[in-house]
Design a protein around this ligand. Structure first.
Ligand code: 1GP
Length: 239
């Protein structure tokens, strides 16, 4: 049985261990009513800064998961772990290579009951994740849809993450992707900096991820929580 710790998440705040956050802001984020805190970042994530952030979040009741992309950062104590792969890269180490090396060396240590694979479709070519992973983010809508179907229908990935990190994405494409999924849980992240954008993304994605705005405009970040819940009510979701 796959771990399903994320299955009821509608709204998530993503915190980067490599970015400072003061106690007051962290308190506001952790008590905001969000469904979970997702810890992860594209660069500068270390064991030490991950432990530090996790232990601060752990003072709160909110669920907390980690995107584990480097085995040397395998900090125990999270509610769940996502292991990301990048679908639209030709650099196979980001699709499968790092994963094979990590499992060869550490597979016997992993808490499999709380680990989930996470397939990233990276669609902002200017994002750090696109640069680092060599993602081919300038693709047509039809190609993006095809990637999502490979992940969902051929590979049966548990989580598909449509990632526009740093910019607000194409909501029509997100809708098409969602409408063609058979089983994967859909995360959307990128450029959500207002209640309006949060509501738009929430009308298509299963889980909306809010990141960067936390560090620039806390009030705007907090407003996305109720916006997502409101949007779900309007679309007839049952709580
Ligand atoms: C980043 O998808 C998340 O991995 C959130 O994106 O930082 O643009 O909100 P933003």
């Amino acid at each position: 049985m796959l771990p399903l710790f994320y299955s009821n998440w509608k709204h998530v705040f993503k915190l980067d261990p490599d970015r400072p956050i003061d106690d007051e802001t962290l308190d506001a984020i952790c008590t905001s009513g969000t469904d979970a805190i997702l810890v992860g970042g594209s660069s500068g994530v270390t064991f030490d800064n991950t432990v530090d952030l996790m232990s601060r979040i752990r003072r709160y009741e909110v669920s907390c998961a980690f995107e584990l992309s480097d085995p040397s950062c395998g900090v125990p104590g999270f509610d769940g772990y996502f292991i990301p792969s990048v679908l639209n890269t030709k650099r196979t180490e980001w699709l499968i290579g790092h994963h094979v090396e990590a499992l060869r060396d550490y597979g016997h240590l992993l808490p499999w009951e709380s680990i989930v694979g996470e397939a990233y479709l990276v669609l902002n070519p200017d994002s750090t994740v696109a640069r680092i992973s060599g993602a081919e983010a300038n693709i047509s809508a039809n190609e993006a849809l095809a990637y999502s179907q490979v992940a969902d229908r051929l590979w049966n990935v548990p989580v598909l993450y449509v990632e526009y990190s740093g910019t607000f994405g194409d909501m029509e494409l997100l809708k098409r992707i969602k409408n063609n999924l058979k089983q994967a849980h859909l995360f959307y992240g990128g450029g959500i900096d207002s209640a309006e954008r949060a509501a738009q993304a929430a009308s298509h994605a299963d889980t909306v991820v809010v990141g960067n705005i936390i560090y620039h405009d806390l009030d705007a970040a907090l407003a996305t929580v109720s916006a997502v819940n409101l949007s779900l009510k309007e679309h007839g979701h049952v709580f």
